[in-house]
Design a protein around this ligand. Sequence first.
Ligand SMILES: Cc1cc2nc3c(=O)[nH]c(=O)nc-3n(C[C@H](O)[C@H](O)[C@H](O)COP(=O)(O)O)c2cc1C
Length: 177
Amino acid sequence: MRHVTPSGREAFFPASELIVSKTDTKGRLTYANRLFCDIAGYREAELIGQPHNIIRHPDMPRAVFKLLWDAVQQGREIFAYVKNMTRTGDHYWVFAHVTPSFDGTGRTVGYHSNRRAPDRAVLEGAIIPLYADILRTERSHANGKDALSAGCHALSDFVASRKASYDELMFSLQSAA
Ligand SMILES: Cc1cc2nc3c(=O)[nH]c(=O)nc-3n(C[C@H](O)[C@H](O)[C@H](O)COP(=O)(O)O)c2cc1C
């Protein structure tokens, strides 16, 4: 991952547009659309072959990425709110749909993500406080494994408190908005 300091400035993209990327099975970028490049501040050639965590923001809880990877590696799609970081340290929030891409025999050949602009009320009312809480939990553990496990518990406790599955909850938050 590149070492960029978060600026605290937020970048936005139009609600009518999608940020698209594809990766190989290791999570290395194989495609990024124009909007991905424009908002993140990279040329496509600089992105191809790079790990997708090139746009990882340090405020993102690790538990969310574990959930994402567990889902796609098991052949399932997943929805997630993600705070991403641009080349200069600015951030932009997305509501992402991440899915495996299969070949004709059903083998996973890579992954694909479409992202749209999240609803502001959902972000501020639910996701930002939730992620801050999970991050605090993760950071209270010195050991990486304990941190991830505690973060995953905090995330699943939140989902359980809403009496839904993670997928139902994430999708219903966005579509109810
Ligand atoms: C198709 C696909 C899309 C992804 N999109 C993002 C993204 O927008 N932002 C992000 O930080 N990580 C994204 N990830 C997850 C990264 O691969 C990575 O797990 C994450 O940035 C955390 O970094 P780390 O695994 O090195 O801790 C995506 C992964 C896949 C397979």
